[in-house]
Design a protein around this ligand. Structure first.
Ligand code: ZN
Length: 148
């Protein structure tokens, strides 16, 4: 089953990218809220705050300290930890985390109604993902840049 995530306030961009890659990702809230949503809703907590990660781990929540400041490095870290797949082709609404459906050539969010076209923007997304693959260092030694 695909993992679900909750990202802290500092990781808004990462949250939008994870949604774009099809992962159910909540975003924001104070430390206690983040930890309880992580525990109760079985979400992996993503944070750049060591103390939050320590607190979450100490009570049994799954939590990952995001070490990189840049989005490519952050996604590469998740890929290296085998937490995400960047080739799935699935997507959720980057703005609200809703599910999207494809109709008449466009993606429509069934929650907020926002429409997405696959246009020039898609090219820059692919470029970022290409860089992510090139810097990811998987634990099993497989080379992500050769995949896909
Ligand atoms: Zn939406």
């Amino acid at each position: 089953m695909k993992p679900k995530f909750i990202a802290d306030e500092m990781l808004g961009k990462l949250a939008r990218w994870l949604r774009l890659l099809g992962y159910d990702t909540e975003y924001g809230g104070d430390d206690s809220e983040i930890i309880s949503r992580g525990l109760n809703d079985d979400r992996i907590i993503l944070s750049r705050d060591k103390e939050l990660i320590r607190r979450a781990s100490s009570i049994g929540a799954r939590a990952l300290l995001v070490s990189n400041e840049k989005i490519e490095g952050q996604l590469a870290q998740l890929l290296s930890e085998n937490l995400i797949d960047i080739e799935s082709g699935e997507s959720r609404c980057p703005m609200c985390n809703g599910e999207v459906k494809y109709s008449n050539g466009i993606w429509v969010c069934i929650k907020c109604g926002k429409k997405y076209w696959i246009g020039r923007h898609w090219k820059s997304i692919r470029e970022v993902l290409r860089r992510v693959r090139s810097i990811a260092r998987p634990r099993d030694g497989r080379n992500f840049s050769q995949a896909g």
